[in-house]
Design a protein around this ligand. Sequence first.
Ligand SMILES: Nc1nc2c(ncn2[C@@H]2O[C@H](COP(=O)(O)OP(=O)(O)OP(=O)(O)O)[C@@H](O)[C@H]2O)c(=O)[nH]1
Ligand SMILES: [Mg+2]
Length: 620
Amino acid sequence: MAAEPIMMSPICLVENQEEQLNLNPEALQILNKISQPVVVVGIVGLYRTGKSYLMNCLAGQNHGFPLGSTVRSTTKGIWMWCVPHPSKLNHTLVLLDTEGLSNLEKEDPKNDSWIFALTVLLSSTLIYNSMGTINSQALEQLHYMTELTQLVRAKSSSDYTGVEDSAKFVSFFPDFIWALRDFTLEMKINGYSVTEDEYLEDALKLLPGTNPKIQNSNMSRECIRQFFPKRKCFIFDRPTNDKNLLAHIENVPEDQLDSSFREQSNKFRTYVFTHTKTKTLREGIIVTGNRLETLLKAYVVAIKTGEVPCLENVVTALAQRENSVAVQKAADHYSEQMAQRVSFPTDTLQELLDVHTDCEREAIAVFMEHSFKDDKQEFQKNLMDMIEKKKKDFLLQNEYTSVKYSQAKLQQLTEPLMKSISTGTFCVPGGHSLYLEAKNKVEWDYNLVPRKGVKANEVLQHFLQSQVAIEKSILQGDKALTCQEKALAAERAKKEAAEKEQELLTQKHKEQLQKMEAQERGFRENIAQLREKLEKERESLQREQENMLMHKLKVQEELRNEGFEKKSEKLRREIQLLKKEIVANKDKYLLDQWIIDMTDGVFSKETPDHSELRIPFRDS
Ligand SMILES: Nc1nc2c(ncn2[C@@H]2O[C@H](COP(=O)(O)OP(=O)(O)OP(=O)(O)O)[C@@H](O)[C@H]2O)c(=O)[nH]1
Ligand SMILES: [Mg+2]
């Protein structure tokens, strides 16, 4: 496997220049080369709040994402740093640093919303960074959160109802961490000490009142609660109280930082590394570096064309691309393994078919591993067709090499016989018996030649047929035999030829059956692996939906307890829709299984017709 690219320093991934978002091809190429699953940590928040510094802490470096020591904003667009994950083997940690939001110097703050939305969509953990406490102002500044539903859509527009989206978003959205910098207050609510997480949850409780400011901050609160079931809060003291050091913090060695900041950032780092999940899309689809590149490109193309990026469509497009690659990978695996394991010609057809069955099983497994969302099994069907065609080519190659080899051997063995015929050696009294002896020796010696392959008999039969007229003329010219003996010999020769013909037919029939059995085995293998994959997908989807349902019920309960009956009632509809969807998915799974069982059943009862050896994949 090619080594994953290592980045010595971060690089701009999404450029935000002249009101345009552009992707940096160099950064895309880096992502494209990463075949490992990625753990993506993105940070967003107000400008000049120490975001880049915190990201460098995560990378374990002082220098990396450039910091700014003046009030002018330093980071532009989205920057990326891919490093080996410090604790998850074979995973790449992708750190995303973003330009500060709400910078008044900006001419076009619209891109702020897109930078926020893109970071949400790409990350597995989103860090929201802010200074001081969680107050109304901090929450109001999180209005980007409330804009998310207008900026992105979970389902394609054809079946968009606007209601169930928040539930769908959850399966695409990251976990949420609120990082509170320069936090100086005591962690107390109503005189009681609380944990950071309790502090966050308390701050996210809706406030009563119709004041627009309260309403706005309540909207942010609601969005955070609905979109991010998994939330954490970390507080940080000022890294140092020395103003001069603070202005050039990137040059301050760790041991000169304030001890509580060091402790807090260590705790934060450990949590992020242990708890940030591999980036997944809904139904447990694991995102690798190159998948992340595809996703980002799709989102940015949609943004630039003025469309609302649709998460489901992006996943479908990703699946289409990846499934084609999976088919090719699986088909290549089949060809490579066949070529490696078979030495042509094989002794028997069964020998070749057995290797084919093994290679086909492996190829299906390769396909299953690399494909996803092949709902109508179109790609699996393509693979079956490709393997079938390749198998036919291998069968032909096997026959061809067998014919060539057998013919060459036979030619060697028949040389003395042919010479004797042409020099008239058998045109003497008793010549027929001499001829038979010579011909039988050829046959005997030919049968002793090993590994002539599947066409050995046919080649021999062809030769024997070419000898019929010669034998007849030798027989007629043999003066040592009486008429009756000649008739008997001719009869015997005819009978022997018919027997050989029959033998060949029986062999062909047997081979035909073997081919059909191999095809049926392949079919069953496809069914078995499909069944297993469906089961896994169903489990994953069910788990995801149940988690979503639990989350919605929890939010509903909390709203009710906080006295927001109307809002809680609104959630009821979403919950009902979700429940319906869970039932519908169970039904769809049962139907899929039923179709597979029915198809499988056909083969338990009767010998299949060669032409019907196809998985009757569902059309809808
Ligand atoms: N008070 C305080 N200052 C910090 C902290 N971390 C960094 N700084 C200072 O803030 C300056 C800017 O830090 P950055 O990490 O560049 O901030 P940023 O949020 O990435 O800034 P933009 O990318 O411009 O939005 C640094 O030079 C430090 O002087 C912190 O925890 N507290
Ligand atoms: Mg920055």
